[in-house]
Design a protein around this ligand. Structure first.
Ligand code: PAF
Length: 273
């Protein structure tokens, strides 16, 4: 790619924010941080087919390239490069996943419920990292498990690409920002902050209630009559992601959730320390 070669020739410090588009303030906060720490920021916009285990989710994923570019221009008109390849170009033919071994971190939660998801994420990120060759790459902690896997990926690839995790960006209601929020109806948007309320209740009560009682309480909050379906609620070590059945104050623990609201699947997580 000639633009990338030109940047290398100039020894420009390049930061990278990989996205699937439908940009929101959460993405912008990553780009903003990247602009503070790099001379040029590449933002990729690519809905990666190999990481979707559900065809309907892939087809309905919001695609808003023009609006995304306009939004990025509000941050900088001369230091952001938008990289929006076609699937055929990026994969050099038909998109296909490689098989990766990211160990036990990849087998729980998203890995267990979305077969092949992390193989697809690893495959597309290898291609994107090779095309962009960044010094630093920025990922949101909403996809906390993905962040751990990306750190392993760059170690396996032996790349000099620092992976930077950025805090979850939330709506004033507490709802974690996500491109999938665009698919919620107005009624669902008013229901969705329940996810964060459940996580904060857990954080506030984790030292006084047992984990099993908290799970029972949480299950009752997500009423199926109102369109909820809880997929997982997991207490886990923040580094190994090994699941735990009780809280230990001195251990780095996080709570993770995936829940369906109508036909939209939402995830979130919270640090418990
Ligand atoms: O987090 C995402 O949006 C995607 O998984 C990523 C990292 C852009 C890879 O397609």
């Amino acid at each position: 790619m000639s633009w990338r070669r030109r940047l290398s020739d100039l020894e420009t410090v390049v930061g990278f924010v990989p996205t699937m588009g439908a940009l929101h303030e959460g993405h912008l906060s990553l780009v903003y941080q990247a602009l503070e720490q790099n001379e040029v920021v590449v933002v990729s916009i690519f809905v990666n087919p190999t990481q979707f285990n559900n065809l309907d989710d892939l087809e309905t994923y919001p695609r808003t390239l023009e609006a995304d570019v306009t939004l990025l221009q509000t941050l900088s008109t001369d230091r952001i490069v938008v990289f929006a390849p076609t699937a055929h170009d990026l994969y050099d033919g038909t998109p296909k996943s490689k098989s990766w071994d990211f160990g036990s971190v990849s087998r729980v939660m998203e890995g267990a419920f979305r077969t092949g998801h992390f193989d697809g994420v690893g495959t597309v990120l290898q291609l994107l990292f090779e095309a962009v060759n960044p010094m630093k790459s920025y990922f949101g902690e909403k996809d906390y498990q993905q962040l751990q896997i990306v750190k392993q990926l760059t170690a396996q690839l032996g790349q000099n690409n620092e992976i930077i995790g950025c805090s979850i960006y939330r709506e004033p209601s507490g709802l974690a920002m996500s491109s999938r929020n665009q698919r919620l109806t107005d009624v669902q948007k008013s229901q969705a902050p329940l996810i964060y309320r459940v996580l904060t209740f857990i954080k506030d009560h984790i030292s006084s209630m047992s984990w099993s009682d908290l799970v029972l309480w949480a299950e009752e909050q997500f009423e199926s009559d109102l369109g909820w379906r809880l997929e997982y609620l997991t207490l886990a070590d923040a580094h190994s992601l090994e699941s735990k059945d009780h809280y230990v104050e001195t251990e780095p623990l996080r709570v993770f959730i995936a829940v369906h609201l109508g036909c939209v699947r939402l995830i979130d997580n919270l640090d418990l320390n």
